[in-house]
Design a protein around this ligand. Sequence first.
Ligand code: DX5
Ligand code: ZN
Length: 230
Amino acid sequence: MREVRLAPSILAADFGRLGAHCREATAAGVDWLHVDVMDGHFVPNLTMGPLVVAALRPLANETGCILDVHLMIEAPDVLIPAFVQAGADMVTVHVEACRHLHRTIHHIKELGCRAGVALNPATPLAWLVEILPDVDLALIMSVNPGFGGQSYIPGSTDKIRRLRQMLDAIGSDAWLEVDGGIKPDNAAEAAGAGADVLVAGSAIFGGPHSVAENVAAFRQALAIYRKSPE
Ligand code: DX5
Ligand code: ZN
């Protein structure tokens, strides 16, 4: 069993003190930072670009955490080089946005970056069959992308389970990431179904508790999926 990773989504962070807020997460021991890029076309919201990735790169270098860039944009091919150059470790594109998905995935890899593929809630897993052997990460959206703070779609758990079977069947060691509405009270359900990277925005950067307390709540919920407490 692979250890489950937490990937705090900086979408829910305080942008007025983004670096310090992210540092609270890395200090709490998280090993990924998830960057949600939205263009106002693929999803009805506009967020951040390569400059934010570049601004977080020194923190990632210092702590060894992975900058996980989730592109919810209509024309990813145009912007992929800029995100890689800015310091992304992983670039994930949506199958729904890529007319030539194989070309796009290999473009990311040729630029020296790891490549992921994401599926919206209503997109069938069958869309992944041909590309799965080529990716480093497969992302199940457990909310409709566009906004933080939405509720986990219950059917996602079965989709995670079926994707885990597909990955195992081809002997893939790609990460299975789940994104949207993940909280301490459903984290173990997603991990138990086979997820090994859990994105959480509002449950880590939002609410009345500190980032450290929120991360601790996840660690407790995921204790059986981690080798040792950190
Ligand atoms: C949704 C984004 C998610 C989201 C997660 O479009 O891709 O990463 O910000 O936020 P929470 O955990 O608040 O659902
Ligand atoms: Zn995301």
